[in-house]
Design a binder for this molecule. Structure first.
Ligand code: C2O
Ligand code: CU
Ligand code: CU
Length: 472
């Protein structure tokens, strides 16, 4: 790699101020290589419990969520993806910093995988944390029918906890006979808040999930929002868990003293100290729609006497990320328009990003991105992006290929994330280092918005003549 050119760039400045001296994420294959086979195919699963009929779903390896992809930081994973669906697909590894060619975006980073075909993904895991995977073709339908799973990348020195639990929260739209409603291309859903299911699932089963604990225990909770559209507003009754990571990346720990918005694509890692009394129980609720609350979990204490509490939790070891260098940063603006209640929306272009609708001129096509990049950045530069939401709807905006800081309401820069919730008629600022060459997606993670206009790309142009992405 041409070191000299890098030294002029933000990557080197970031290292100079001592925040990130990361080896490039893709620089070498390291650690063990772990092989997996993921088969996407129709399956029949019981989502509602034994008193109800089973449901025809699409699933990875006959499970919802799909198998947990568990590895250690520094390992390389190799996943053979076998498409046994009736439509094309890919797998995107949401939040993992990987080479562009492994990002799983049809028509951009790879050809879509046809029914009956295989595709092998292989990449190292530079960061510890909670990530996830899902198809990137017709995501409204493929996620909506059950194709998603969690990725747990363990730290080399994992924290001392009694249990490490994952809640993958999603929802599903079921008819009276427990069949998934096939109306995935509803124009109404696409122009409003997306397709909201009528049953909330936790780890593929109707909530609440029962978490059995003993007083005094310390539990690590990894929560994922894998719903195609639903934003949750989670409240922990009786507890104030410590937030230790957002979207996989450790943050300065802070206590949850209130409910919080948790949008599609987001993960949060919590340290839950079980401060309740023996035999007590507490709900975790979704109160996004106060009149229609969903029970997510029940924290249920056994009768056993409390075990000795641990010392206060000091936080996870941070991942080596590139710190944005704001002086001299490039500033770009992204304007979101359209949707119901807007005079910009048409049948052909329900949503617009910087004036562009989607490339195929219809809503809900399978790829649905704009043909040209919205932005081109030099590799290594810091970008400030102002996301100006001129619509009446929430948009959880997700960027592939970068990890950003979001500007908090108090003006400070918040923790690293890969998806930011932009409120109706608000502007959200983010800042990131364009770290890895290639064309990367930007899209709303409400899948019905994504596929009806709110999806585009940005290009990170390599500054080096020799490829910055050497093949391992
Ligand atoms: Cu989880 Cu392109 O997204
Ligand atoms: Cu992603
Ligand atoms: Cu949206």
């Amino acid at each position: 790699m041409n070191r000299r050119i890098f030294l002029k760039s933000g990557l080197a400045s970031a290292a100079a101020i001592g925040v990130a001296s990361a080896p490039l994420a893709w620089s070498a294959r390291s650690g063990r290589v772990r092989d997996h086979l993921f088969i996407a195919q129709p399956a029949r699963l019981n989502l509602l419990g034994q008193d109800y009929p089973a449901t025809d779903v699409w699933a990875f390896n006959n499970m919802i969520p799909g198998p947990v992809l568990r590895a250690q930081q520094g390992d390389t994973v190799r996943i053979k993806f076998r498409n046994r669906l009736s439509m094309m697909s890919t797998i995107h590894w949401h939040g993992i910093r990987l080479p562009n060619a492994m990002d799983g975006v049809p028509g951009i980073t790879q050809p879509p995988v046809k029914p009956g075909e295989d595709f092998v993904y292989e990449f190292p895991l530079p960061d510890a944390g909670t990530f996830w995977y899902h198809p990137h073709v017709a995501t409204y339908e493929q996620i909506g029918r059950g194709l998603f799973g969690t990725i747990v990348v363990e730290e080399k020195n994992p924290p001392d906890v009694d249990d490490d639990i994952t809640w993958a929260i999603s929802d599903v739209m079921l008819t009276r006979d427990a069949t998934i409603s096939p109306n995935f291309k509803s124009l109404h859903d696409a122009a409003h808040a997306g397709r909201l299911g009528n049953i909330v699932l936790v780890n593929g089963e109707r909530g609440p999930n029962v978490l059995d604990v003993r007083a005094g225990q310390r539990i690590r909770l990894r929560i994922l929002n894998a719903a195609s559209a639903r934003i949750f507003r989670l409240r922990f009754h009786g507890h104030q868990p410590l937030v230790v990571a957002h979207d996989g990346h450790p943050c300065t720990p802070y206590r949850l003293t209130d409910s919080f918005h948790f949008s599609p694509g987001n993960r949060i890692d919590l340290i839950l100290d079980c401060t309740g009394a023996p035999n007590s129980s507490f709900e975790v609720e979704d109160e996004f729609f106060p009149a229609m609350r969903n029970k997510i979990a029940l924290i249920k204490y056994s009768s056993r006497s409390p075990q000795a509490a641990r010392k206060p939790f000091e936080g996870l070891e941070p991942n080596a990320l590139y710190e944005p260098v704001l002086a001299g940063a490039e500033t770009v603006k992204m304007v979101l328009e359209g949707g119901a209640l807007s005079n910009k929306a048409t049948r052909e272009a329900i949503w617009l990003m910087n004036g562009k609708g989607n490339s195929h001129g219809s809503h809900m096509d399978t790829h649905g991105h704009h043909p040209d990049p919205l932005f081109v950045f030099d590799q290594g530069c810091t970008v400030r992006c102002l996301i100006d939401n001129r619509t009446a709807w929430f948009h959880p905006m997700h960027f592939h290929g970068v990890v950003f800081r979001e500007r908090l309401p108090n003006g400070e820069w918040g923790p690293f994330k890969d998806s930011t919730l932009v409120w109706p008629f608000k502007t959200q600022e983010i800042a990131f280092v364009a770290e890895s060459a290639g064309d990367w997606m930007i899209h709303c993670h409400v899948a019905e918005h994504q596929h009806s206009g709110l999806m585009g790309t940005f290009r990170v142009a390599s500054l080096c003549k020799t490829p910055v992405v050497p093949k391992a």
